[in-house]
Ligand binder design. Sequence first.
Ligand code: SF4
Length: 272
Amino acid sequence: MDHGHDMSIKPRKRLFIGLLLVLEALVALGLFLLWYVPARGYENLGRSLSVYTAWIFGGILVLFSLGILFLVAIILLGREVPGARRFRGVIIRYLLPVITALGRLAGIPKDDIRRSFIEINNEMVRSSSFKAPPKRILVLMPHCVQRDVCPYRITVNVNNCRQCGKCDFDQLTRIADRFGVEMTVATGGTLARRVVIETRPELIVGVACERDLASGIVETYPIPVIGVLIDRPEGPCLNTRVNVEKVNEALQTFLPRRFFSGETHSGQTAAT
Ligand code: SF4
């Protein structure tokens, strides 16, 4: 369970940071070669050019190192860090594609990299601490959590769930009711995208497998997403399970305190 912050970087997060360090080493090597190989040319042009280039390349590497340190600080501090929101953009837009390619070259399974990225993303979203009213929080669920034999069409409306206890929608719909947050079951990426465009949430709590979550986080940027991975005891896409407590915890982190002070909350009064 990932309760709070235990002041350590768990192995999953370490993978992403490890790959970032490898990337920095490769960039350093590349820059060194760029600087060293034409050194003779520099000599002809005068020594100062070689010195300037060294400073510029050195500056790039210092910035890179500071970025990695900043990321580690976000994870270790586990509280609001100024700039975390913007930094998430840098990771998603520029570093994730390179890290994914690098990881694949190193033979690391894609899902391991995605899991690491999702955890890092969650830390960054938590660190850009903000509050959102319940109606602006969207819980996006995959269809596969519903019991396969359940006859109720929760993809149309999640309130069709009878809360019979045979799958995690029982607890999850109760939590959504209690806090008054929006919950939608998406049967695919296209539908999920449409729901996000229509509801324009301030925060998404996304429940899905590694692949869908990682791509969802990238596609919905800059909307902050907390990703919760599903368990697949019966294989992919069938009767999957959710750690309900993680969803509960994510909602409690981002809802203003008055929405979970113990009283049961009805959806109507939640809109602020
Ligand atoms: S809790 Fe019961 S009624 Fe609700 S979706 Fe699951 S199986 Fe269907």
